[in-house]
Design a protein around this ligand. Structure first.
Ligand code: F6P
Length: 542
């Protein structure tokens, strides 16, 4: 059984270091080092990370880097790129980095270079996208495809939705893109509302092609299409394509494997947006922009693989996240993009971070011994400022923030962008430095109200400042978070690539399904679940 990382010398050194650092306020750290704001920053691949507003010193960073060294982070990174089966509980390699490796490079899995197969699928996707765009691919009645509906859930939905929203500026505006994920029929009904079946193409995106939500929605889509096209089964071939690793299940559903785009079991769902799961993204932004997205991912992959840790952006972000979590005791991280196009980025990060690092045991099954993945959440700025920022500024919890902003707006409009950026800079400043009781009183605030107006500050944040949201930049940003997640998981010695925690609920739901209708009620649950089922049956009149 492995020892918890908390027993390592580096961890213990960090614990005693934190005891010394804890009384210091960010105000003091900045006052003691006038260059801190420029020194504690990293400019990599067009991403400027200002991490000076974290409660760290040079010594903290030195100790965090020692922790990375002592826990073998370098060895683990190399193992991932070498195609070793680092997803131990599923006995799989973890090679999303191969999805964006350029033609001509070699990444070996099971004795075979996987890059040529990856590139071959990308070429088929590009060919398909071009045929849809040019009108060479038509629907069953000969009409052009104008609507794309992606059916998928989890990694087969969140990446596509996030990328579509993020890159909407670059998208084919003459086409409509919609996404169905929830098993709630409302999601399907609203996603197809107003669409004509003869102009609509469904992408059924599912790694396993067995996921209950996706298969249920896919069958509804099939029925919707046939109802709209006079019931001719031959229509399915022109209105459905599949993205999956499971060719047999795709064929069984009735989609010809000629219309299937494959990927591999070494691609985790939440790491799959650069695989064929990105077909809707490619249809939206075109093959050239999709290529730029992949190039951005690859640039960050290479940086992560080769940069020394002290200048390695994902490693540094991972270490800072771990510091805030394990030493400062922060239980959540707020991701706050000051970019409307990134409105689904926090939701995307929730699966990436929490499905990856929400684990309680180490790779060998022994207890991890410390907190693992924090809760990620967020909303685009400035909306959050008028809602939950109150708690971040003056609540009793510590909530580190990642602010993300771009210098050049995609939609310049009067003063809007300066006002937006003024706000993001102000938030980081207010969180770090706050407002003291003396400052409040000096403003003439009545004594009875002074305490309410005090901001204690000393609240950590990162600010990521990028030039402009492009496909390439989005790729770099997503890969940055992917590898930051990897860094944290490697240090905790957990399997960041399985997701057994989603299984129990799935099994129990399948057991309950027949009990909700007909006579087959086993009532073998706990009294609460039994009562809920009974009440539901009464209410729906079953
Ligand atoms: O239930 C969790 C999960 O397995 C995710 O990891 C995955 O992204 C999602 O379901 C969808 O799975 P699939 O692509 O196989 O339908």
């Amino acid at each position: 059984m492995s020892e918890s990382v908390t027993r390592s010398a580096a961890w213990q050194a960090l614990e005693s270091h934190w005891r010394e650092l804890q009384p210091l306020h960010l105000r003091q750290l900045f006052a003691a080092d006038p260059a801190r704001g420029e020194r504690l920053a990293l400019d990599v691949e067009g991403i400027y990370l200002d991490y000076s507003k974290n409660r760290v010193t040079d010594e903290t960073l030195r100790l965090l880097l020692a922790l990375a060294a002592e826990t073998g982070l370098a060895r683990r990174i190399a193992a991932m790129f070498r195609g070793e089966r680092i997803n131990v509980s599923e006995n799989r390699a973890v090679l999303h980095v191969a999805l964006r490796a350029p033609r001509g490079t070699s990444i070996v899995e099971g004795g075979e270079n996987v890059v040529p197969a990856v590139r071959a699928v990308l070429e088929r996707m590009a060919d398909f996208a071009e045929r849809v765009h040019s009108g060479a691919w038509t629907g069953h009645t000969g009409k052009r495809i104008r609507n794309i509906v992606n059916i998928g859930i989890g990694g087969s939905d969140l990446g596509p939705v996030m990328a579509y929203e993020a890159l909407r500026h670059y998208s084919a505006r003459g086409m409509e893109f919609r996404f169905v994920s929830n098993i709630d029929g409302t999601d399907f009904a609203e996603a197809t509302h107003g669409l004509c079946a003869d102009e609509t193409l469904f992408i059924v995106a599912s790694k396993t092609f067995t996921t209950l939500e996706t298969m249920t929605n896919a069958h509804s889509a099939r029925a919707w299409t046939l109802a709209g096209l006079g019931g001719d089964e031959a229509a399915v071939a022109k209105h459905f394509v599949a993205v999956s690793t499971n060719a047999a299940a795709v064929a069984e559903f009735g989609i010809s494997t000629e219309n299937m785009f494959g990927f591999w079991d070494w691609v985790g769902g939440r790491y799959s947006m650069t695989s064929a799961i990105g077909l809707s993204t490619m249809l939206a932004i075109g093959p050239a922009n999709f290529g730029a997205l992949l190039a951005g991912f690859h640039a960050m992959d290479e940086h992560f693989r080769s940069a020394p840790f002290e200048r390695n952006l994902p490693v540094l972000m991972g270490l800072l996240a771990l510091w805030n979590n394990n030493f400062l005791g922060a239980e959540t991280v707020a991701v706050l993009p000051y970019e409307q196009y990134l409105k689904r980025f926090p939701a995307y990060l929730q699966q990436l971070t929490m499905e990856s690092n929400g684990k309680h045991v180490q790779v060998d099954g022994s207890p991890v011994g410390c907190q693992t993945g924090p809760v990620y959440w967020g909303e685009p700025g400035t909306n959050g400022q008028h809602s939950f920022y109150q708690l971040i500024h003056q609540g009793t919890r510590l909530i580190p923030c990642d602010f993300i902003a771009f210098a050049k707006p995609l939609n310049p409009l009067g003063e809007h962008h300066d006002l937006l950026l003024a706000n993001v800079f102000a938030q980081g400043e207010a969180l770090a430095f706050g407002k003291t009781a003396d400052e409040v009183r000096a403003e003439g605030t009545p004594e009875a109200l002074a305490a309410h107006r005090v901001f204690e500050g000393n609240r950590p944040s990162n600010t990521l400042l990028l030039e402009k949201l492009t496909p390439e930049m989005l790729g770099k940003l997503v890969a940055l978070y992917e590898h930051s997640v990897f860094t944290q998981g490697a240090i905790w010695n957990i399997d960041s690539f399985d997701q057994w925690g989603v299984e129990l609920g799935k099994v129990l739901a399948q057991r309950i399904v027949p009990e909700l209708s007909g006579g087959a009620a086993a009532w073998a649950h706990d009294s609460s679940t039994n009562a809920l089922i009974r009440r539901y049956r009464q209410l729906k009149g079953a």
